[in-house]
Write a protein that binds this ligand. Structure first.
Ligand SMILES: Nc1ncnc2c1ncn2[C@@H]1O[C@H](COP(=O)(O)OP(=O)(O)OP(=O)(O)O)[C@@H](O)[C@H]1O
Ligand SMILES: [Mg+2]
Length: 347
């Protein structure tokens, strides 16, 4: 049966088995974080009350349908939101400092050096009129590294880490393949060996083979260098292989959060179960992809009760009454009144 709602009493650190935790405090503590886009139709609550911890060196995967707030959450964590989006509540504590109160000037020493972000499209993130090398140099100079030889050496080093020859420091983004651009972005994110690398679908622009090899490289670097990763993807197969923990988001909220294996083997939220079923190659014999019928709710006017209720195959009257809290079931958090009964039960 579900125990007490976990929203208020969020554990200080996830259990080691679920978290892949190392010793010491989590490097990231996100508490009750909410973000809204201010629009003429009213506030769109794109992220609502998200809480989680990230242990040093941990790999957290985030999945969920388009529009569920994954990118908005990453931007909020990295303090990269721009109007009309703004944090409306909660905190993001990185190595003990709440980032939400910091000015740009105070954030500058943290960016790249301690926390870096890799976006979905390196073509958009890289400056098209500057060579890769000069973009790396800019980032290093911004952090006080001025020596030409130090810059050249470090740039070559990080490029080598992602399997690119140093001669490409002279290349412009358009001269590189999509895969090489993504690799260059990742190399740039590793210039200072940050403690946290935030990745928003870093491989989605690539073909399947390039995706795999880049993913393996990211994982190897992570294990070798020890940085933590928050990784957003639509690819359930990728997260199943590479994440320690998995967060399933639905309509701006955490629907389920737990050890990746546990969520895959026994998804407790009907939405997680639906996502897993939409990727049959992981869960068993191939069947027709049915997906999850219906659409996510309008986040300007979310349903009064469970946000998934309008699409839920197991909805009950009580699901419609009031917002549903997160429940702890073992080491997993689940936002479903029925989760304790198991989503496959018939009652
Ligand atoms: N500029 C904006 N104004 C109003 N609403 C916005 C704006 N940008 C995003 N949203 C809304 O915020 C919600 C979350 O968007 P977000 O881009 O974070 O989703 P996502 O999970 O990253 O989707 P995807 O998988 O497509 O990248 C969506 O419902 C979207 O409609
Ligand atoms: Mg996105």
């Amino acid at each position: 049966m579900p125990t007490a709602p976990a929203d208020q009493a969020f554990p200080a650190a996830a259990p080691a088995a679920a978290a892949g935790a190392r010793d010491g405090r989590p490097i990231l503590e996100v508490r009750d974080l909410s973000v809204a886009y201010r629009t003429r139709r009213g506030d769109v609550g794109a992220v609502e009350g998200v809480s989680f911890d990230l242990a040093q060196g941990e790999f957290l995967g985030i999945v969920g349908e388009s529009g569920c707030g994954k990118s908005t959450l990453l931007f909020a964590i990295a303090q990269l939101l721009a109007p009309p989006a703004g944090i409306t509540g909660g905190s993001v504590s990185f190595k003990g400092t709440d980032l939400t109160g910091l000015t740009e000037r105070e954030l500058a020493p943290i960016r790249w050096k301690q926390m870096s972000v890799v976006m979905q499209s390196a073509m958009n993130a890289l400056n098209p009129v500057k060579s890769i090398g000069s973009q790396f140099a800019d980032a290093m100079r911004a952090h006080g590294i001025d020596s030409k030889s130090d810059i050249a050496q470090r740039s070559a080093e990080v490029l080598a880490m992602v399997g690119i020859d140093a001669e490409h420091l002279r290349s412009y983004p358009h001269q590189l393949s999509g895969g090489m651009r993504q690799r260059s972005m990742i190399a740039m994110a590793l210039l200072f060996t940050p403690d946290l690398v935030i990745m928003d679908e870093p491989t989605s622009a690539l073909d399947v083979v390039a995706q795999r090899s880049l993913m393996i490289q990211i994982k190897e670097l992570q294990q070798q260098l020890g940085f933590a990763v928050i990784f957003v993807t639509h690819d359930m197969s990728l997260v199943s292989h590479f994440s320690d923990r998995l967060m399933v988001m639905y309509a701006g909220q955490v629907a389920e959060l737990g050890a990746t294996r546990e969520v895959f083997d026994a998804p407790r939220h009907p939405y997680s179960a639906g996502l897993m079923d939409a990727f049959p190659s992981i869960r068993g014999p191939k069947v027709a992809l049915t997906g999850i019928p219906g659409r996510p709710p309008d986040l300007a006017r979310p349903p009064a009760g469970c946000r998934f209720a309008p699409r839920c195959p197991r909805v009950q009257d009580r699901c419609l009454d009031a917002p549903v809290e997160l429940f702890s079931i073992g080491d997993v958090l689940v936002r479903c009144l029925r989760a304790g009964n198991g989503v496959s039960s018939d009652d």
